[in-house]
Design a protein around this ligand. Structure first.
Ligand SMILES: *Cc1c(COP(=O)(O)O)cnc(C)c1O
Length: 359
């Protein structure tokens, strides 16, 4: 018997969320971002869910090749590009496009003697100071790429630090947008800037292509709830109660006795722990649904179990249905309670968790 812990991936939600992104940016083409095993949802499954996308973008070189092997015919983009010279012939052969963000990558291309045409996305560091060429070095990098015979199209890209917080004094969003477009003036090539937060809050950043990730999975990076935005959760993590304890005042629950009861209580033991991807730092009160009713965890998260307060759910018993996040309990709400973000919870789903697909 498998453990009752199951992640259900809702293909219809992937399709719905993609359609919503396309509706918000009707003039743009869409790279559906499927890095990190499609944010924990599975690459093959998400490829099917995102059949209507114009392209798929990811980080993993082997994942890009796998997408081709699984039959994806439309564009594929590696958001960090290639990592070593040996990647190049393989990527060119599979028609995988690559970001170019540093001089070392340009050198690899120059030395590669590639014959197959290769499409690149020149990345600008417009202020985030992570990957990319600074504005003053961008045009020179463009010219150098232009001179490489195998380089066919050069697209222009940058990434936002604060699309969820546009007025951030460290780097206002408008500053990044204007730096990018100012430098790109006169350079041929399709432009892409917008992650989910920009798609949702800043239509002015949409350009030729958008690059949404988290919103396609039903998470929101902005302050408006996913539900209010019309996004549907693409993953429901559910389990069952596998044990019940009745405890009295002064009795403690779990490792370190972090929770001590003040009154008589019923405690449910749920088959899901940090080895499944549940956040170990989740405090007492982190929300959980038992048979559709909301309660909270009590005591430390263990490797294979969490403990929840069943005091207000007297009918709960071994076998009662538990929702950790997803339909009925937004992942952002759980993440927020646990001091993290929905992205991290999705990506952390552990390999031992059984995944089932729902059309
Ligand atoms: C991950 C990523 C995205 C998608 O970001 P979300 O916040 O998940 O929408 C877009 N562009 C790049 C370069 C990325 O690495």
């Amino acid at each position: 018997m498998p453990r009752p812990l199951v992640a259900t991936v809702h293909l219809a939600a992937l399709q719905h969320n993609l359609a919503l992104a396309k509706k918000i940016a009707p003039a743009s083409k869409t790279w559906a971002v499927v890095k990190a095993h499609a944010y924990g949802h599975g690459l093959a499954r998400s490829m099917r869910g995102f059949a209507a996308a114009d392209g798929l973008a990811l980080i993993e070189v082997d994942g890009a090749v796998r997408l081709r092997e699984m039959g994806w015919r439309k564009p594929i983009l590696l958001l960090e590009g290639f990592f070593e010279p040996a990647d190049l012939p393989m990527l060119a052969a599979h028609e995988v496009q690559a970001a170019v963000h540093c001089t070392e990558q340009i050198e690899m291309l120059e030395k590669s003697a590639l014959r197959t045409p290769f499409d690149v996305h020149l990345k600008m560091n417009s202020g985030m100071n992570r990957l990319g060429f600074t504005p003053d070095r961008y045009c020179a990098a463009y010219e150098r790429l232009r001179a490489i015979p195998a380089v066919r199209n050069i697209a222009l890209m940058t990434h936002f630090a604060n699309a969820d917080d546009a007025d951030n004094a460290g780097l206002p969003l408008a500053e990044q947008i204007s730096r990018f477009h100012h430098i790109c003036e006169g350079l041929a090539g399709e432009r892409s800037l917008a992650n989910s937060a920009a798609v949702l809050n800043h239509p002015e950043a949409a350009a030729d292509w958008i690059r949404p990730g988290i919103m396609l999975y039903g998470g929101t990076p902005v302050s408006t709830s996913a539900q209010a935005l019309g996004l549907l959760p693409a993953m429901t993590l559910s389990s069952e109660i596998i044990g019940v304890q009745d405890i009295g005042p002064g009795e403690a629950v779990g490792y370190g006795s972090r929770f001590i009861a003040e009154r008589r209580m019923k405690i449910g033991i749920v088959a899901c722990g940090y080895a499944d991807g549940y956040p170990r730092h989740a405090p007492n009160g982190t929300p959980v649904l038992i048979d559709g009713m909301k309660t909270g965890i009590v005591g430390r998260v263990s490797m294979d179990m969490i403990t929840v307060d069943l005091s207000a759910i007297p009918n709960a018993h071994v076998g009662s249905r538990v929702t950790l996040w997803g339909a009925g309990l937004p992942i952002d709400e759980v993440a927020n309670a646990a001091g993290t973000i929905g992205y991290e919870l999705m990506c952390a789903l552990a390999p031992r968790v059984q995944v089932v697909e729902q059309s």
